[in-house]
Design a protein around this ligand. Structure first.
Ligand SMILES: *[C@@H]1O[C@H](CO)[C@@H](O)[C@H](O)[C@H]1NC(C)=O
Ligand SMILES: *[C@@H]1O[C@H](CO)[C@@H](O)[C@H](O)[C@H]1NC(C)=O
Ligand SMILES: *[C@@H]1O[C@H](CO)[C@@H](O)[C@H](O)[C@H]1NC(C)=O
Ligand SMILES: *[C@@H]1O[C@H](CO)[C@@H](O)[C@H](O)[C@H]1NC(C)=O
Ligand SMILES: *[C@@H]1O[C@H](CO)[C@@H](O)[C@H](O)[C@H]1NC(C)=O
Ligand SMILES: *[C@@H]1O[C@H](CO)[C@@H](O)[C@H](O)[C@H]1NC(C)=O
Ligand SMILES: *[C@@H]1O[C@H](CO)[C@@H](O)[C@H](O)[C@H]1NC(C)=O
Ligand SMILES: *[C@@H]1O[C@H](CO)[C@@H](O)[C@H](O)[C@H]1NC(C)=O
Ligand SMILES: *[C@@H]1O[C@H](CO)[C@@H](O)[C@H](O)[C@H]1NC(C)=O
Length: 378
């Protein structure tokens, strides 16, 4: 009897041992999250002096909640900064938000460096996953299409929808290993939160041959019934895009339209777990513990911004000194949070469409929006 128990214990140790060896590749990956320019006359500028970039804290929590640590990636730096960092981190998350793609020294320029470097790293044999959420997914497609904008306008601001998988979704890396019960929850409930005014369609992907590089995994319809791509993955690189916000059901409590059901949380967590597992496959490390410690997001404290009217509960806010920038252009961009209409007191039960958000927005923002110059794709 004792012998059998010993054998069992030994067997368990062996199994555990092999798991640990597999995990030791990189069990706690470090993922870079791109910062984004703060709108010059926006809510953040009004409440915080000299802050020029931000990260919505929900993206940080999203990755941390799956076992990763986060390093902020600064906008406005030169190529060698991005090149150096991209040889140390294990993945990149391009968050949603509201900014132009053609504004210099901001989110889109930094994103271009990161995407180009991720392509090179993967081509050179170093696994480097990239995740784009909402505007981040739009940027990923835009940059890999060599700067041709294939987006169309769509009306999807403040909607919770199920995941509508394509027939062959099981062939995707994202879902080939997913459990049937998890998939069942995703298709039967309003688990994805959409807040975007642009989107990509499958028809455009076929017409412009983007379907040769991207697999469309799921589709949804906007308020006007227009079908758009809601989940995609690159066929060659470990690049993933979701038009919706998996981090919001878990970590943002600013609009009543954001679903917080067990189903929505499970779905968001599935995607976080998937991406962080991808990052675990990356072998890269910082030069040493000290260098890593100095770069981690723990060096900064998030602010409680929804209480000021922001559509993010908490944000990390950075000034040029923190980003080691001498001077950053003040051409604009936006924290996307100009509406004072989302105080905790009236957030719930308020209309949640784009109109409600923009009705009290600042003049310049409205003009820019009317001119269609940038995306509000939180
Ligand atoms: C903002 O920048 C100005 C000019 O450099 C400086 O005088 C001021 O102390 C800064 N404020 C904060 C809160 O850092
Ligand atoms: C890039 O910027 C850093 C400072 O952030 C500077 O030390 C370095 O010389 C710059 N490199 C190039 C190629 O301009
Ligand atoms: C950005 O693009 C729009 C047209 O889409 C153009 O009107 C605007 O001037 C551009 N902004 C910059 C900073 O180049
Ligand atoms: C990829 O390899 C090429 C050729 O060796 C090299 O020039 C380039 O810097 C590498 N890219 C990265 C991001 O390491
Ligand atoms: C973008 O440019 C690269 C390099 O020139 C080329 O290999 C690729 O096919 C282009 N992609 C698209 C979608 O045009
Ligand atoms: C899912 O796809 C990946 C990449 O193609 C592959 O390595 C993995 O074995 C697949 N998993 C399952 C369960 O089919
Ligand atoms: C999902 O949302 C739509 C639109 O609000 C609603 O009609 C539908 O009943 C919801 N479905 C579920 C399963 O909650
Ligand atoms: C892209 O779509 C076209 C039209 O449906 C199809 O003929 C082609 O095979 C697709 N390409 C890929 C790589 O899926
Ligand atoms: C850690 O790495 C950095 C960057 O390469 C280097 O400057 C520093 O001296 C190293 N520190 C230690 C304790 O090795």
């Amino acid at each position: 009897m004792r012998i059998i128990m010993h054998r069992l214990a030994f067997g368990c140790l062996l199994v555990l041992g092999s798991l640990l060896v597999a995990a030791s590749a990189n069990s706690s990956p470090v993922i870079g999250v791109l910062t984004q320019e703060v709108y010059t006359d926006g809510l953040i500028s009004r409440h915080f002096e000299n802050k020029t970039s931000y990260i919505a804290a929900s993206y940080v929590k999203y990755l941390e909640g799956a076992g990763a640590r986060v390093v902020p990636i600064w906008i406005g730096r030169n190529r060698s900064y991005y090149e150096d960092l991209m040889h140390k981190i294990n993945g990149v998350l391009l968050p949603g938000g509201a900014t132009w793609f053609n504004q210099s020294n901001g989110y889109a320029d930094a994103g271009e460096h990161l995407i180009q470097l991720a392509v090179q790293l993967n081509d050179n044999g170093t696994f480097m996953p990239v995740w784009g959420t909402c505007l981040g997914m739009e940027l990923l497609v835009y940059k890999l299409a060599n700067g041709t904008d294939h987006r169309i306008s769509c009306r999807a601001s403040g909607m919770a929808l199920p995941i509508v998988f394509k027939e062959d979704y099981k062939q995707s890396r994202l879902f080939n290993a997913s459990r049937e019960d998890v998939v069942a929850v995703m298709v039967a409930n309003n688990v994805t939160y959409h807040y975007h005014q642009f989107c990509y369609t499958e028809a455009d992907f076929v017409r412009d041959k983007l379907n040769q590089s991207w697999r469309v995994v799921s589709l949804n319809n906007d308020l006007d019934g227009v079908e758009f791509i809601s989940t995609m993955e690159h066929l060659k690189y470990p690049f993933y895009g979701v038009q919706f916000h998996p981090e919001k059901p878990l970590y943002e409590f600013v609009r009543s339209s954001i679903p917080h059901s067990a189903a929505a949380v499970l779905s968001g967590q599935y995607l976080a777990d998937f991406f962080v597992n991808e990052a675990r496959r990356s072998p890269q490390t910082f030069a040493n513990e000290t260098e890593q410690a100095r770069m981690l997001i723990y060096n900064y404290k998030p602010e409680y911004t929804s209480i000021l009217g922001s559509s993010y509960v908490q944000q990390y806010l950075f000034n040029n000194k923190e980003m080691q920038l001498e001077e950053v252009g003040s051409e604009g961009g936006d924290d996307g949070d100009d509406s004072p209409s989302y105080y905790p007191g009236n957030a719930y039960g308020n209309g949640n469409g784009a109109a409600a958000l923009l009705s009290i927005g600042s003049g310049p923002l409205l003009v820019l929006l009317a001119m269609g110059l940038f995306s509000i794709d939180f």
